[in-house]
Design a protein around this ligand. Structure first.
Ligand code: F0G
Length: 406
């Protein structure tokens, strides 16, 4: 575990109260200042003695592994996706497949650290608002930790697999009349009244765990820094977490340059990409976000300003993609690589294709796309956008007739 301080990202004030999620002085976003001195004397190889996963990187984490609540998160594959690279016209493309985490999304990385922190503080009830994955993950970690769990979900807009997980793991599932932003406002109110320990990514311990996706990518590429990392942006904490991990690796001298961080949003839900297009440091919230990628259907991203900073500071980019482009990219991964990701995750591949066409991404680039969640989370979208099963009689002749059709 690293010595650390919780500080305000905006005014730098040190935050003493462990239940604060914003700065009591200026209302700013919080972040964690990690003491990296012990890591400066280490090399990446020194961490390789343990299983690849979030806790391999404990010297960069603000929680004592002795309190860890873990179901073996992280350690996900980095696929070299040659067919995607050929199709999109880039030299080297990789997919970091976060759908193989215990609950099927990258959220488990932040949740193992966040729930371990909750345990350290003696919290008994945890909660979050969610478009689905955060709630599935928190429900699982709360059950492992023996904590009560309440999840606040936008009514009717959560993919079936995610809803099933939250119910299955025994959370109190609250269906809120409104969108994610409304659900988060209520969850934050509950937290301000100290009725729940909030485990949305506004809690600065969550992104700390999410840093590990970048540590793993660098481990898997043997510290050969890619030119670009592309990922979907919703509430905007993950791109910030990746950026924070990069700045820490640079600070300890394990890398000497940063990849261009590239955030992709759905066209109907794109406050960060629109701010980037204007060259603005802050975003304008969107009232009625809509997209097939329900995971990133968010109009008022909590970490939007941090995301914009990460993009500008690395010379990266932000772009939108349409629902049709998202579904085509999802199909491409399935048909050419045997990888099944959910629509939000496919946004990264769709975005890479679009930016290549626009000439923003160069043919010579080595690119990593982070595919954040498993396609099985949202079977309805896959079934709706796939051909129907073919009626077949119980005879060899009928099977042959069908197989001979194109
Ligand atoms: N991809 C998936 C599959 C997600 O579930 C999310 C966010 C994102 C990308 C975007 O990440 O918010 O850090 O920019 N899902 C949250 C949830 C909002 O409630 O599960 P972000």
């Amino acid at each position: 575990m690293a010595e650390h301080k919780v500080i305000c990202w905006d005014c730098g004030a040190e935050i003493a109260d462990p239940y604060e999620n914003t700065c009591p002085r200026c209302g700013g976003l919080l972040t964690i200042d990690i003491d990296l001195d012990p890591v400066r004397e280490m090399r990446p190889e020194d961490l390789r003695g343990t299983r690849m996963g979030v806790w391999r990187y404990a010297p960069f984490l603000p929680v004592d592994p002795a309190h860890k609540v873990s179901i073996q998160e992280g350690g996900t594959p980095l696929y070299e996706t040659d067919a995607v690279a050929a199709e999109l016209g880039v030299r080297e493309a990789y997919v970091k497949f976060e759908g193989l985490n215990p609950t099927g999304s990258f959220k488990d990385r932040g949740m193992t650290v966040g729930v371990s922190r909750a345990k350290e503080l003696g919290a008994t009830t945890v909660g979050c608002a969610s478009t689905g994955n955060t709630s599935a993950s928190l429900a699982a970690y709360a059950s492992k930790a023996g904590m009560r769990c309440a999840v606040f979900l936008p009514s009717g807009k959560v993919a079936a697999g995610k809803l099933a997980q939250a119910l299955f793991f025994g959370a109190k599932v609250l269906s809120i009349d409104g969108n994610f932003d409304d659900a988060l406002a209520l969850a934050r109110k509950m937290s301000e009244e100290r009725r729940i320990y909030l485990l949305n990514s506004i809690n600065p311990y969550r992104p700390e765990g999410q840093k590990s996706v970048l540590f793993e990518i660098m481990d898997q590429l043997d510290y050969g820094v890619p030119d670009r990392i592309v990922l979907p942006v919703g509430n905007a904490a993950n791109i910030w977490a990746v950026y924070k991990a990069l700045t820490e690796l640079k600070e300890v001298g394990w890398i000497d340059r940063m990849p261009m961080l590239t955030g992709i949003q759905a066209e109907g839900s794109a406050p960060v990409a629109r701010a980037f297009a204007r060259g603005a440091k802050d975003f304008v919230p969107e009232e009625d976000p809509e997209t097939v990628a329900t995971a990133i259907r968010i109009g008022n991203p909590v970490s939007g300003r941090k995301a914009l900073h990460a993009i500008y500071d690395t010379g990266g980019y932000a772009e939108t993609v349409t629902d049709a482009e998202i579904l085509a990219a999802q199909r491409l991964l399935g048909r050419k690589e045997g990888v099944c990701v959910e629509p939000a995750s496919a946004a990264s591949i769709a975005g890479l294709g679009k930016l290549r066409e626009m000439g923003i991404v160069d043919r010579d680039e080595k690119v990593v796309c982070i595919c954040t969640g498993n396609g099985l989370k949202d079977p309805d979208t896959i079934i709706e956008n796939s051909p129907s099963p073919i009626r077949c009689g119980n005879t060899v002749a009928d099977v042959e007739r069908i197989l001979s059709q194109p």
